[in-house]
Design a protein around this ligand. Structure first.
Ligand code: ATP
Length: 366
């Protein structure tokens, strides 16, 4: 069991004459027993962050600590961190039992009997006792992933490091394994860093999410905090499907103006914006209220351009009628709502649900 600290960790790679900053001044603390998911688009530095903890990559600047002690100088073997990869990396010529025992034989002085007992125990925990004598080739993808997990668990590590471990599984199995991994992690209580670009995995499995972009940490918080209180435009747009709507506005006192409409904000909201005049209004599709026709001052007359039916809900692509731009706003409504492409309706943004960002820096202002 261990807590883990990233202290202004930077990783630079040389690529010919140029320098790539893969991770920039990353600072965060992962609590003992916590399940932290690092999420972000391809190339944002997730895997590099994980590999630095594992000792597979050196740190250019900053420090990494487990239980307050720097692990920078320690070899991968000395770190007691177990890594599970996307490719299961099982040894094909060894049985499941041998695959699971291999690391223990290398890194501990446990007797063969003790190792056998431990592998049996973990086989039971993972519900794979009948697979222990098989070879990896005779297993399904899901079973192989379970063995890869088993191999990590038997080592009784301080930290689990998982790099997209479910991405080779089909959708149904992935969903099952998500629940199982979560249960297992809770049961074992091992501090875990889990890397994915899949926001569903991030939202459903984690205690907290760390969202990265361009090598930089954008926000770290519970899934609900990141969803409801995004720090900036990037986080608002990255978490949530369909994505948050963003509308560029210029502000004069309490009026936000777009090419298509004006939106009046309350005095207290205007105060929070201080002197900012270049504003991006963000609203999640499920917070857009669709009414039969505009009745309130801030309501906007829109035409339904496209209806995307998902059964329990529909996504409506709404375009302001007096439009200058062709930007659609997506509104999610109950699947039973009778609305068709070409209908004219009213669109409402309840003020308590709007997000306001600084148009220059992208930072959330409220
Ligand atoms: P993905 O989701 O695609 O795996 P990622 O978020 O895990 O991406 P990293 O693999 O950490 O991203 O890569 C971060 C940046 O560092 C990328 O620009 C990548 O090209 C670069 N990079 C990673 N490893 C090396 C390396 N060994 N040499 C040079 N550049 C590298």
């Amino acid at each position: 069991m261990a807590n883990l600290t990233f202290d202004e960790v930077t990783k630079k790679f040389r690529d010919g004459n140029s320098e790539i900053v893969a991770v920039e001044e990353l600072s965060m603390e992962i609590n003992d027993g916590e399940f932290l998911v690092i999420v972000g688009p391809s190339g944002c530095g997730k895997t590099t962050s994980l590999r630095m903890v594992a000792g597979l990559e050196t740190i250019t600047e900053g420090d990494l600590r487990i239980e307050g002690r720097s692990i920078k100088g320690r070899s991968p073997q000395e770190r007691n961190a177990a890594m599970v990869f996307q490719s299961y990396a099982l040894y094909p010529h060894m049985s499941v039992r041998e695959n699971m025992s291999f690391g223990l034989k290398q890194s501990t002085d446990l007797s063969s009997d003790e190792i056998r007992k431990r592998v049996d125990e973990i086989g039971d925990v993972l519900d794979i006792p009948e697979l222990l004598d098989r070879k990896p080739d005779d297993l399904s993808g899901g079973q192989q992933q379970r063995v890869a997990l088993g191999r990590a668990i038997v080592r009784d590590p301080d930290v689990f490091l998982m790099d997209e471990p479910l991405s080779n599984l089909d959708a149904k199995l992935r969903a099952d394994m998500r629940t199982e991994l979560q249960r297992l992690q809770e049961e074992l209580g091992v501090t875990t860093i889990y890397v994915t670009h899949d926001q569903t995995e991030a939202m459903t499995m984690s205690d907290r999410i760390a969202i990265m972009n361009n090598g930089k940490l954008q926000q770290i918080g519970t899934p609900m905090e990141c969803y409801y209180e995004p720090n900036n435009i990037f986080v608002g747009g990255f978490i949530g499907e369909p994505s948050m709507n963003f509308i560029n506005c210029s502000r004069d006192a309490q009026t936000l103006s777009t090419d298509d409409f004006d939106y009046e904000i309350s005095e207290s909201t205007a105060m929070e914006l201080e002197s900012a005049t270049n504003i991006v209004l963000g609203i999640r599709p499920e917070d857009v209220v669709v009414v039969p026709e505009p009745t309130e001052p801030n309501d906007i007359a829109v035409e339904v351009d496209v209806v995307e039916p998902f059964g329990k809900e529909n996504n409506l692509y709404l375009i302001p009628r007096d439009r200058e731009s062709n930007e659609a706003v997506i509104g999610t409504v109950n699947g039973r709502t009778r609305v068709e492409s070409g209908d004219t309706v009213g669109m409402r943004f309840p003020e308590e649900h709007i997000h306001l960002f600084d148009g220059n820096s992208g930072v959330a202002l409220r």
